[in-house]
Design a protein around this ligand. Structure first.
Ligand SMILES: Nc1ncnc2c1ncn2[C@@H]1O[C@H](COP(=O)(O)OP(=O)(O)O)[C@@H](O)[C@H]1O
Ligand SMILES: [Mg+2]
Length: 254
């Protein structure tokens, strides 16, 4: 699915004085593309996701799905929230949390359970499926958010700093898992991250934002083959792109 942001601006008028967060974003994400968004704290990255998903209204501009052929209601958006804990329902078991999106899609009970258990297995949560969220660690609740988002087969995936609570081994597992999944179904994916190596390793393009009110100050094409191995991080080409991005960042930090 193709996504286009056309002249998007956002000001929070309920702040005193009004707070301009996003300043005239123009961005196209092709179908089957993964991009990363790299920008300082408070520059409006989560707000941008909220606008794309329809939780917030842009002050100006439009969001187009498939060149405007589809409305927001016609597409499925998978969202991992920055504060993922708030999206986990405490009165539901791990399994029932993962089944949630499938319930909305009215997938029947047995099939729902089977799909949910497939993703619970992939995220290492199968043995915990009958526990409640309060019985799990922060990292494990983040894995519930992954399993739930991946289980319901979205057209567009929005990942807002989704790895923050994971230990290093789990992080690598999930990153590799996401890559194989993306290679299989090539869903349009946007990742917000503060980890530059991850932004480059993961995506086809890295979008660099200035401090608030944020503008797009860089759109760097990565150009590595789609299937990537960890040793890429040590290559000359990787370092070259990393330095190019850091240069853009230092130019735009006041
Ligand atoms: N609903 C809101 N009302 C007023 N201000 C908000 C609201 N949501 C976010 N903000 C402000 O907008 C700025 C950008 O927030 P956010 O998008 O969460 O930044 P980021 O994700 O890049 O760290 C912050 O200063 C935040 O306080
Ligand atoms: Mg944020």
């Amino acid at each position: 699915m193709k996504l286009a942001l056309k002249s998007i601006s956002k000001t929070f008028y309920d702040s005193i004085p009004p707070l301009k967060v996003i300043d005239n974003f123009d961005l196209e994400v092709k179908g089957k593309e993964r991009i990363s968004i790299f920008g300082p704290n408070g520059c409006g990255k989560s707000t941008l996701f909220n606008i794309i998903a329809g939780f917030e209204q842009a002050t100006e501009g439009t969001v187009l799905f498939d060149n405007g052929r589809k409305s927001r209601g016609q597409i499925k958006i998978g969202f991992i929230f920055q504060d993922h804990r708030n999206s986990i329902l405490p009165w539901r078991t791990v399994l029932k949390n993962v089944e949630l999106g499938l319930e909305f899609q009215e997938v029947d009970g047995n099939k729902r359970k089977k799909i949910a258990q497939h993703y619970l297995k992939k995220t290492g949560l199968l043995d915990f499926q009958n526990l409640y969220p309060y019985q799990l660690s922060g990292g494990m609740t983040q894995l519930i958010a992954f399993a739930r988002t991946l289980a319901h087969q979205s057209d567009l995936l929005l990942f807002d700093e989704p790895f923050n609570s994971l230990d290093y081994k789990m992080y690598l597992n999930i990153l590799d898992g996401l890559q194989s999944l993306w290679l299989k179904n090539r869903k349009t994916t946007i990742l917000i991250t503060h980890n530059l190596d991850e932004a480059i390793f993961w995506s086809e393009r890295v979008i660099i934002l200035s401090p608030r009110p944020s503008r797009i100050v860089g759109d760097v094409r990565i150009g590595f083959p789609s299937s990537r191995k960890r040793n890429l991080l040590h290559s000359q080409n990787f370092m070259r792109i990393r330095n190019q991005i850091l240069k853009i960042c230092s130019k735009n930090i006041r």
